[in-house]
Every structure is written in C-alpha cells, then in structure tokens.
Design a protein around this ligand. Structure first.
Ligand SMILES: [Zn+2]
Length: 768
C-alpha cells in the first residue's frame, strides 16, 4: 500500500504528522488507534450495521421505477414506513401536493434537406432485465419546464455558461431567436436553461457529450460503466428564484393552498422549453451546424467537426405537458430526546429516483436505513438519545429538492428554534471521502473522519483524504464538490482539520442551510480516478444490476457512509454541549471574502483586456474576414470596496479566538438548563448568517454564504457576486455593506456564546 507513495518528491515535503504516519502506519493511524476513540455504544452501533441488509433494501426498494406519482410510489413510501416501524421508530408519512407536469408530446427534429427526428428513447440493454420494464419507465424529459413549440436555427453554446455566451458574442454569434444546444457539465441544467432564456434563446437542448459522459471516459454499458449512445440524463430545470414547489413560494404545498398558476411568470418553472438528448440524438443536430469551428476547449468527443452555428436548416422543438398534480410522501421517523426533546438532529436522504434509482438515491438511502436499523436496536435495548433524532426519507428530490424544502417550510419555526444539525447523503459513491457543509462542524467532522476506516486502503477516511489532497496522482479527487456547484473541501494541515467546502445546490441539505440556517454536513465518496463516475446517472440504466456490477460491489463504501453518518448522529444526539466551534468559521468566511475579491479581479481584468483590445485598434487590424471577431462594447471597470467585508471577517476571527480560549480555560456546564442555555447561544451562530430580508430579488433565500446563486451555482456571497456577474456594479456596491452587517451579527453571536459560557462558570461553577 505504501509503495504507491514512495519515491515521490512531494513525499519528502510532507508535514510531520504525515511523515510519521507513513513510517508507522499502524501505531499512529491504524485501526487500533481509532477503535479506542469509539465508546462501547458506538461499537454496538457499528456492529449493528449489515451489508446484507443494505443490499436487501436497495434491491427491494428499486424493483420498480420510483419517480413521484409513479405506480410504485405509494407502495415505496409504505415499505419505508414499515421498515422504520419495525426498527423501533415512531414513524409517519407527511404528504404534500405538487405539480408534476408530465410530457404528453415531445419532438426534436431537424428540418431541411437532410431531415432527422430524434428518437428520445433509451434502448434496453441485453442481460439487464430492468431495462425491459417498458410500461413503467418514465420517458426522458425535463420536469418543471414549460410547454413550447418553436422552430428556429440551432447554435452550439458549449456548457452554456455566462463566459460561453460572452465568447459567442465576440464571434459574432447571436442566440436571440435561436434554439441552443449545450452539453452537460459545469452548471446545473436549470441554470443553463435560465442563462439561455436571459440571452434571448427560444428553446434549449442539453445533451451528454461522450467527452464528459460516455465512450471517451469509460467503455459503455454493459461492457463498462460509461453512458450508452442512447442514454439520457433526465432532470429538473427549475429556476433558482425560490426552493421547493414552484407554485408555493415560502409556504408548504398542502392540499388546497393558494398556488401560483403553473408555467406563469411568477412561478419558478423554467421560462423556455427544453429537452434532454442522448449523444446519438445530438450528433446529427451538431453535424448540421455551420459557421465557425468552435474554440478548442469547446470540443467534445463526437467524431465530427464542432461548429458554433447557426444551422442553415431549422430545428423544430415541441414539448407539451399535462397539468397533473401528484401526492408526494416524506417518511419521517423519530426517536424522542430524553433531555432536550426540542433540539433536533436530522438525517436525510431522498427515496425518489428518475427511474429505478439504485445509485441515485438508494445507495445513500440504503445506508440511512441501515443506520436507522442499528440505532433502533440500541433504542429497543434501553438507550435514549439526549436530543430528538429525526430520520427523513424525502420524496421529489429529483424535481428539484421539493420534499425536503416543503418539510423545511412546513416546520420552519421548530427548525429555527431547535434545529441542531442536518446530515445529508444522496449517492454513496466510492473513493475518497467528499464532505461539504457548515464550518461550525469542521472540527467535529475531522474527528469523525479519523474514526471511520476507508474500505480499500484500510487507512482512516481522514488519512486517505489528506493523501488525496497532498498528491496529484488523481487530480480529480479534489477538484469538485460533493453534489455539484459547491466549492471543494481542503485540508488545513497546520491544525490537522478539514476545510469544508461551501455546500452546492445538488441535494436535500439546501433548504436546511439556506432557509432554516441550520448547521450540517453533506457527504459522499468521490472517485479518485478520472473515469469512475456513473454513466447511468438519471437514466433507465441506474438499476441494481448496474450498481452491483460497477459501482460498489459488496456495498463496502455504502457501509462506510452509514458508519460516518450514524456516528455523527449518535455523537451530536448524545453530547452535552454541542460539538461546534468557530475558528474554522472565521477561516471559511475569510476564504469566501478572498474568493469574492478574486472574482472581482477576474471580471475587472477581463474588462480591461477587452477595452485595451478595442482602443488599440487590434480588433480591426487583426480581423480575419473568414473568422470575424466582433469588438466587445467598452464597459466601465468595477471599483468596489471590500474593506467592510474584510473588517467583519477579521472581527469574526478575533471573536472565534476568544470563544476558543474561554472554552479551553475551564470546564463546560453539565446541568440541564445551563447546557440548554449555552447550546441555544451556540446554535444562534449558524442562524446569524441569515439575512432578515433575504437576498435581493430572492427573499426566501436567507443564508448569506450558503444560498445558491441565481443560476444555481455557488458563488461567494451570492447577494454581491450575482450582481457582479451580471455587470450590475451599483447593486454589488450596495450589497457589500449589507453582507458585512450579516458577518458582524455572526461575530456578535459568537461573542454572546462566549459571554454565556463565562457567566455560567461564574454563577454555577461548572463541573464536568
Ligand atoms: Zn439524488
């Protein structure tokens, strides 16, 4: 195992602790060391987890398609409910009514001299019986998009990012009045559709290019795990105006509530029609494009010359939906807390999939059920958590986080007053641990990672994570966030602690962070090698057969995920004082301020560059009439003052240091009321990141750092950076002091926690 690292130059530069570890793996990092740190209770929890049980749950709960409103969906919820009850939990189903417009007619056709009609269908795979269940498999489509019938020339927009449209403009290509075709990757599909609409496109096609997802990366299924030529990534194209049901902004979509009309201007549906395509359907459309050859970084892996377009032949895009409403079912299971019943430790994973959903979501969901089984066994034997534990099996995550968001809207007061932590998983994955979330839990998370063993290497998850970050053998390991959109986590080697990345948009943690202001973590394993992502994602092929062959045979990583999250639940639910601290908060805030300043530098530099190209006459002198370039307009360069944010970040650091000193200099309270008082003060720190009036134009998003950006990305301080990215410098200038005010209230909340701690020691004489 250690041979993998020998002889590498960077190994010589390792920090002391790593060097020690490489020399004496068992003494310092081995199992003996971490087993000692687990209590007897934790050991009983771990031994109650079963890979066989995990596999049985996955197999049974993915036997038929699981999308909201599917023939199996009510039975699926009933099965999950019965499991929780048999494990000893108090469980119930909470229902909501949501629009789930299903496609009735869908067509994508190339007109003109070489007509082509897209199949929009996934072919069954020989040897995989799941793919033959034709009657119940939902057709490939985008949910939460409008009806549309448009005929227009086609333009290729690469990934469909803001920068891609800027590049097209310089190439003299206007997407107004066109249909655009974008490849998947880099941005949530709903963000791609919204950016296309903002640039004046009439419709959008999004396809999986084999360069990112197909034969260029992996042999295709069933030979390997790569996406098949007809495989389509379904998904939601919801806008980012608010979370949850697109017709009930800010309140729970109970039966009979007032709703915005479906597909209306105010609702959160996508604004222009869109259709997902396989690469076999996309290729003839891309071949029909004329115009300039694309920039090199825009090229995919299809055997064609990629051109930007527009096409001479027009494309006809037709989508029509029914107006069906469906009942969605969250299964909510509870173990009541013995000391602090109004404080909640919440663990969630969704149960709806696009088709069978073995990887997404049942690889994570089966882990969650195993934890519930083992915690239930502890409960049956007489153990009682101090805090109330809630296990939640969400519905309609794939329609854009709807089940979990409705739950948060429905129970907002309880969550804001007593929500301690939200622990999310979705797809389990394999490889090194990937973790993102609230930095209040950075120390806590690091300790957990030290106490769970990586199935492949036998190292702790923490040691494998650190090695992945120190070595560039697998650069992809550290490149992304857990579920997309967030910023990557890292290692703070000086304090041997994880630097948690900003949570991305991609799963059910979003509403708990962005609306309720709870702390929490989102975890998965992440492939260290370039090509071990699932080519079955959101397709017909994401089934038990595929999962057990290619993803996690034996469910070893699924079990590690159950250990990690179950231990997290046990520890937070059993702690006297909440295991939060604020030094890492100061670091994360500081890193976000720096990310904002560097975004500004990048935008300013691009503007200066453009201006100098124009003023120097280069555009005219160097113009190649065969590949003409349009001069960009001269724009004002931004002048923003980030000092208020920098000062507030420095204040948080000072306050965090004062709290750490106070905490280290004496014992913590143990009496119930004192503990509760301190814990309320500690919880208030995460809550202080909420703005009372929400983000500009998006009042239901309240978190200053963990709310998604307007197009579902995770920019630093979205209130400020969204305006910057839109070139709206006036709004950005106004938002900086408002964001700084939020940071100052975070500093105040940390100060308050310090005061409470010191005062409790004085008046009661805390003992341990
Ligand atoms: Zn999922």
């Amino acid at each position: 195992m250690l041979k993998r690292f020998s002889g590498r130059r960077r190994a010589l530069m390792l920090a002391g602790s790593i060097f020690l570890a490489l020399g004496h793996p068992t003494a310092t990092w081995g199992q003996a060391a971490h087993v000692d740190q687990r209590s007897a209770l934790e050991s009983r929890f771990i031994s109650g987890l079963s890979a066989a049980g995990y596999g049985e749950n996955m197999k049974e709960l993915t036997s038929r398609p699981t999308y909201p409103g599917s023939p199996f969906s009510a039975e699926l919820a009933a099965k999950i409910l019965a499991r929780f009850r048999s494990y000893g939990w108090n469980a119930k189903v909470e229902t909501y009514e949501i629009p789930y417009p299903r496609v009735t007619t869908q067509a994508v056709e190339l007109l003109g001299p070489r007509p082509f009609k897209a199949a929009l269908r996934e072919s069954p795979v020989p040897g995989d019986a799941y793919t033959l269940q034709d009657k119940e498999i939902i057709e490939p489509f985008f949910v939460m998009g409008p009806d549309g019938d448009v005929t227009a020339p086609l333009v290729y927009v690469n990934f469909g990012l803001r920068d891609d449209y800027a590049r097209l403009a310089k190439m003299g290509v206007d997407v107004r009045g066109k249909i655009v075709i974008a490849r998947y990757g880099r941005l949530f599909r709903g963000g791609k559709v919204e950016l296309a609409a903002e640039h004046g496109a009439l419709g959008v096609l999004i396809y999986s290019d084999p360069h990112e997802d197909g034969y260029f990366v992996e042999p295709t299924y069933p030979e390997g795990q790569g996406r098949t030529p007809t495989g389509v990534q379904r998904g939601s194209v919801l806008q980012g105006k608010f979370l949850g049901d697109p017709t009930t902004p800010g309140y729970a979509s109970k039966k009979g509530v007032q709703r915005l009309p479906v597909f209306s201007e105010k609702s959160n549906f996508a604004r222009i029609p869109a259709v997902p395509l396989s690469y076999s359907d996309a290729q003839p459309l891309l071949e029909a494009l004329h115009g300039q050859v694309v920039p090199e970084s825009w090229r995919g892996a299809l055997p064609i010359t990629y051109k930007v377009g527009p096409s001479e032949a027009k494309v006809h895009l037709l989508v029509q939906h029914d107006r069906r409403m469906v009942t969605i079912r969250n299964v909510i299971a509870t173990l009541r807390g013995s000391e602090f019943p109004d404080e909640y430790v919440i663990r969630g994973n969704h149960h709806d999939g696009w088709v069978f959903g073995a990887d997404d979501p049942h690889s994570g969901h089966s882990a969650m059920l195993e934890e519930a089984r083992s915690l239930g066994a502890l409960y049956k034997s007489g153990w009682r958590p101090k805090r109330t534990i809630i296990y939640a099996s969400w519905d309609a995550e794939e329609s854009a986080l709807i089940g979990s968001s409705e739950f948060v809207e429905d129970h907002l007061e309880d969550l804001r007053s007593g929500g301690v932590i939200y622990l999310n998983t979705d797809m389990a994955g394999v490889g090194s641990i990937a973790l993102e979330g609230a930095s209040t839990y950075s120390n806590f998370a690091t300790r957990l990672l030290k106490d769970v063993k990586d199935p492949d290497s036998g190292l702790s998850l923490w040691d494998r994570f650190k090695l992945a970050h120190l070595h560039d053998i697998y650069a992809e390991a550290t490149a992304g966030s857990v579920t997309g959109g967030g910023s990557a986590s890292g290692v703070d080697f000086s304090s041997d602690r994880i630097r948690l990345g900003i949570p991305g948009y991609g799963s059910d943690h979003q509403a708990f962070f962005a609306i309720a202001g709870m702390g929490g973590l989102n975890s998965a394993f992440f492939g260290d090698s370039a090509g071990n992502s699932s080519g079955a994602y959101h397709s017909d092929y994401d089934d038990y057969e595929y999962y057990t062959r290619f993803m996690d045979p034996g469910f070893r990583y699924g079990m590690a995920l159950a250990q990690l999250n179950g231990l997290a639940v046990l520890r937070v639910a059993s702690a006297h004082t909440l295991p939060v601290e604020f030094t890492a908060v100061a670091e994360q805030v500081d890193a976000e301020v720096k990310r904002l300043v560097s975004l500004n530098d990048r935008l300013a530099e691009a503007i200066r560059h453009d201006d100098s190209d124009v003023r120097s006459g280069a555009y005219i002198a160097l113009n190649d009439p065969r590949r003409p370039r349009l001069a960009p307009p001269i724009r004002p360069a931004p002048s923003l003052d980030f000092a208020p944010l920098e000062r507030a970040a420095a204040r948080i650091e000072a306050c965090a240091r004062a709290y750490a000193q106070a905490r280290e200099s004496g014992l913590l309270p143990t009496r119930g009321p004192d503990v509760a008082r301190l814990n309320r003060a500690l919880m208030a720190v995460d809550r202080a990141f909420l703005r009372s009036d929400g983000l500009p134009g998006r009042p239901f998003y309240r978190h200053e750092m963990y709310s998604p950006g307007r197009v579902w990305d995770s920019p630093p301080f979205p209130a400020v950076s969204d305006a910057m990215s839109d070139g709206d410098w006036e709004t950005a200038r106004k938002q900086i002091p408002l964001a700084a005010a939020t940071l100052n209230s975070v500093a105040d909340a940390i100060d308050e926690a310090t005061k409470v701690l010191v005062q409790l020691r004085k008046t009661r004489g805390a003992t341990n």
